[in-house]
Design a binder for this molecule. Structure first.
Ligand SMILES: [Zn+2]
Length: 170
């Protein structure tokens, strides 16, 4: 056999193995708190119901439950608002007594009492980006960005996708 061909085969086998390991290795996603009961998701007038539903459905497949999605303000809920001005004002995170996660198109603040999340607020740049909403919902149910987060993971701070949910099961 041609040594160059053998070399090529070895390289492609190693590359494939590398991709397989990266794809199936465990991703540890730190989590702070959980909701005592499925949180109501109260959304502002500029937030797309369809996008929010797509995002909550994605989490529901992993076993995370949400209460109704409503346009009425609700206590003990996850509130989602389009508010670019406040989003900018709150960045960088300076708020005490709350976890704040800020990225380009969204920001989430959560409040905990002991181990339980009691409220969360998500501010968005625009209200119909389901992927951004899904990522911020992840924060709203307690997930942080994983360390050494693989590109394409839902909780990647800037390059997430729907395709990678490792470590996010309920
Ligand atoms: Zn984030």
């Amino acid at each position: 056999m041609d040594p160059l061909l053998i070399g090529g085969l070895v390289v492609s086998a190693l590359t494939a193995a590398g991709i397989a390991i990266a794809r199936y290795r465990k991703v540890k996603v730190p989590r702070d708190g959980r909701w005592k009961k499925p949180p109501v998701v109260a959304i502002g007038p500029d937030v797309s119901m369809t996008a929010v539903r797509k995002a909550t459905d994605w989490w529901a497949e992993l076993g995370h439950r949400f209460g109704p999605i409503t346009r009425s303000p609700a206590h003990d809920s996850i509130v989602i608002l389009v508010d670019p001005a406040r989003l900018d004002a709150l960045r960088p995170p300076v708020v005490r007594g709350a976890e704040v996660y800020g990225e380009g198109h969204g920001l989430t603040r959560t409040h905990r009492e002991g181990e339980f999340l009691v409220s969360a607020e998500i501010l968005l740049q625009n209200g119909d980006d389901a992927l951004v909403i899904a990522h911020e919902l992840g924060h709203a149910i307690g997930f942080h960005h994983p360390r050494f987060c693989p590109t394409g993971h839902m909780m990647h701070p800037s390059a997430g996708s729907w395709d990678d949910h490792r470590g996010l099961e309920a």
